[in-house]
Design a binder for this molecule. Structure first.
Ligand code: GLP
Length: 244
């Protein structure tokens, strides 16, 4: 695991965008895994800028997002699909059919998860997976104590995650209680992982992820076992690393 600390979240995001841009330039048919949340926004802004400057071509790129809320339709403003369209996909020349996000209102969510996993396997696998980190150490929506072998599955969100995501909804009771998420097993099959973590509220989770032994109680710690991972931090997120 390679860790890089930047002065601020903008730089951490731009560094992630640089790695994703290099992946696209090296292989214009790449399969990319994307994440939602506020953390990757600077990376998406930079990818849009590079695309609008004529540097990146998305016409042969395929994407899979990590997760989606159960019960939230694609056109709901808080759906992760809507987030991705607004912040990235509507601004680059990706083919609509090349964008994959689990269908939050699928009749059978379990079957939707199986189909999503199959769709990933029908490609040559995810070349580069972008990740954020939850305050409780979750990746995707894999909450503490998720088995490391899990594939895409339906998840019951913890109170901490519901509380962390309540800022995006009118009231906390509007936050969905379940989500569909790539599993830890799915994420670990990606050929490269780029994780961005920014802000002081994540410092404890970063410390557990990096300094402690690999432990399902901190799902993010699994990336210690991945052979090709880079973690991009801003200074506030890295503060607790001094005591490693
Ligand atoms: C959600 C997403 C995660 C993301 C996390 C952190 O729970 N499912 O993929 O990493 O939020 O979000 P933020 O970047 O807003 O702190």
């Amino acid at each position: 695991m390679h860790i890089q600390v930047f002065d601020n979240e903008l730089q951490a995001g731009q560094a992630a965008a640089t790695l994703i841009a290099a992946q696209i330039l090296n292989n214009p048919e790449s399969v990319l895994g994307f994440a939602t949340g506020s953390t990757p926004l600077p990376a998406y802004q930079e990818l849009v800028r590079l695309t609008q400057n004529g540097i990146l071509d998305w016409s042969r790129i395929t994407t899979f997002n990590l997760d989606e809320y159960v019960g939230i339709p694609a056109d709901h403003e808080q759906s992760y699909r809507a987030f991705m369209m607004k912040n990235l996909f509507d601004k680059v020349n990706i083919k609509p059919e090349a964008v994959h996000v689990p269908n939050g209102v699928a009749e059978d969510p379990e079957e939707e998860c199986l189909a999503y996993e199959r769709a990933i396997r029908q490609t040559c696998g995810i070349d580069l997976q972008l990740l954020g980190l939850g305050r409780n150490g979750h990746i995707g929506f894999n909450e503490p104590d998720t088995a490391f072998t899990t594939l895409t599955h339906v998840v019951d969100l913890t109170d901490d995650t519901i509380d962390a995501n309540a800022r995006f909804f009118e009231k906390s009771s509007d936050v969905p209680r379940q989500a569909m998420s790539m599993g830890i097993g799915t994420i670990m099959q990606a050929k490269k992982i780029v994780m961005i973590v920014t802000g002081a509220s994540k410092a404890r989770a970063v410390r557990s992820m990096v300094c402690n032994p690999v432990d399902p109680n901190c799902p993010g710690s699994v990336i210690q076992l991945h052979a090709n991972t880079v973690v991009l931090l801003d200074r506030p997120a890295a503060t607790a690393l001094n005591y490693c």
